[in-house]
Design a protein around this ligand. Structure first.
Ligand SMILES: [Ca+2]
Ligand SMILES: [Ca+2]
Ligand SMILES: [Ca+2]
Ligand SMILES: [Ca+2]
Length: 457
């Protein structure tokens, strides 16, 4: 009996101790992205509910980083109770390897609850690459009723990431690749830059540089216009007309006074180009914008390149595509016809339609059928016959400079309209084994500017 009562007393004692021990809880602080030069950012908070019957005395703490940020990325760490600084640690060596253990002298009165916060100071831009993480673990050592114990590792439930920015979020609008005709103006890039971080610092932009990563030069583009929307307001457009550097260093615009973007706000940047009247066809535009900026007194450079490449083409239809269905077997006999189907589409940055009143066709250099073997070339669309050539003299140009077929019924496309035409080649007296692979292009009038389209492929 005596032995049994002793055991019961021991169990009773253990039960009281478990209820009375202080309770340590990580508050799951999610500070957001940390930037170079950030100061006094709360990254971790532990709530400590003290023993109801006795004071808990914290006499030491170990602070460890389970993330990848090392002492070179941090300049200081503090432990605070409200405004009261309990610890200030400038030498953080060992924080990634076992942790730093430091003495503490802090008492939680019986029945009280307190919250202790860890604040960090970040190194400057040169020390930070971006992508480093902070995921703290703390172990508090305490005495309660004369007995020493510890909290066990309190793990930070939300890690913080270090970002070398500026703007933590940079997004390119997915623009469709566009065609530009001479004199056209249109959008080639739209970027959204957003500040998402733990600090309260605004961003000051001192300059903006626009560069072309593709082939179009200052001879092809006369003007770049930058439309900025900052802190919810449209700014006056910036016009850049000296584009002599835009294929090399880029064209730099320096703000007279730095453009301030409020903390946690954004900037939208739309780039428009104006094509010259005499550009070189097939030259291309893909722009990259670079910002020089300052946040927390740290200088940064951030850039974003457009994912879309745009192409300069002469006026007229931009899309000329052979969509023929070849006959099977691939043989055309005397008196038979070969039908070639061509898709024509205006697809550009202007608002002008296209008129077509002539078509030119010729045989590929590696094909052998001559104009003498043809009886007729005729052009049709959904309305019927548009034009034909039957004259032997005109047809003889098929193996050479090409046969021009005037259209007595011109094709008129609305802006960005499309149509499919059929070109019928009627065979006269063929040389067996000769081959035919016609190429075609159309004569276009777009806003009284004239020219041959690209060749159908
Ligand atoms: Ca930032
Ligand atoms: Ca900020
Ligand atoms: Ca066009
Ligand atoms: Ca057009």
């Amino acid at each position: 009996m005596k032995r049994l009562s002793v055991c019961l007393a021991a169990l009773g004692y253990l039960a009281v101790a478990a209820i009375g021990a202080p309770v340590f809880t990580d508050k799951g602080v999610d500070a957001g992205y940390l930037n170079p030069g950030d100061s006094a950012i709360v990254v971790q908070e532990t709530e400590i509910r003290g023993d109801p019957g006795a004071a808990t005395h914290l006499y030491a703490v170990t602070i460890r980083n389970d993330g990848t940020a090392s002492p070179s990325h941090l300049t200081k760490l503090e432990l605070r109770d409200g405004g009261n600084i309990l610890l200030s640690i400038a030498d953080l060596s060992g924080i990634n390897t076992g942790g730093i253990t430091v003495p503490l002298n802090y008492t939680i009165p019986a029945g009280a609850t307190c919250s202790l916060k860890v604040l960090v100071w970040l190194a400057g831009t040169t020390a930070i690459s971006g992508g480093e993480t902070l995921k703290l673990a703390l172990n508090y050592y305490y005495t309660l009723n004369g007995a020493a114990s510890d909290s066990g590792w309190i793990l930070d439930r939300c890690a913080e990431e270090l970002v070398k920015a500026g703007f933590e979020k940079v997004e390119e609008m997915a623009l469709n690749p566009a065609y530009f005709n001479p004199g056209n103006t249109g959008t080639v890039q739209v970027i959204t830059w957003e500040d998402h971080d733990a600090n309260a610092s605004p961003i000051y932009i001192s300059s903006l540089t626009v560069k072309n990563l593709e082939s179009a030069t200052q001879d092809d583009v006369t003007q770049v216009t930058v439309f900025l929307h900052a802190n919810g307001v449209d700014l006056a457009p910036i016009t850049l007309t000296d584009l002599s550097n835009w294929n090399s260093d880029g064209v730099k615009y320096v703000f007279r006074a730095p453009l301030m973007i409020n903390d946690e706000q954004g900037l939208t940047c739309e780039i428009k180009v104006t094509i010259s009247d005499t550009p070189t066809a097939t030259r291309k535009i893909r722009t990259k914008v670079t910002l020089e900026l300052r946040e927390n007194g740290q200088l940064l450079e951030q850039a974003s390149a457009s994912p879309s490449t745009h192409t300069i083409l002469m006026p007229g239809v931009e899309v000329v595509q052979d969509v023929s269905r070849l006959p099977e077997p691939r043989v055309v006999n005397e008196g038979g016809t070969l039908n070639q189907r061509i898709l024509l589409q205006d697809d550009d940055a202007n608002e002008d339609g296209v008129a077509i009143d002539r078509i030119r066709v010729w045989n590929s250099e590696d094909a052998t059928t001559s104009g003498e073997e043809l009886q007729e070339i005729a052009v049709y669309d959904a309305r019927g016959l548009l034009g034909r050539v039957r004259d032997a003299g005109a047809l003889s140009a098929f193996q050479g400079p090409g046969v021009e077929i005037p259209l007595s019924r011109p094709i008129v496309l609305h802006d960005d309209g499309r149509t499919i035409i059929t070109i019928s080649y009627t065979i006269a007296d063929p040389v067996p084994g000769h081959t035919i692979r016609p190429k075609a292009q159309v004569w276009c009038d777009e806003a009284r500017t004239y020219g041959w389209s690209p060749v159908a492929t």
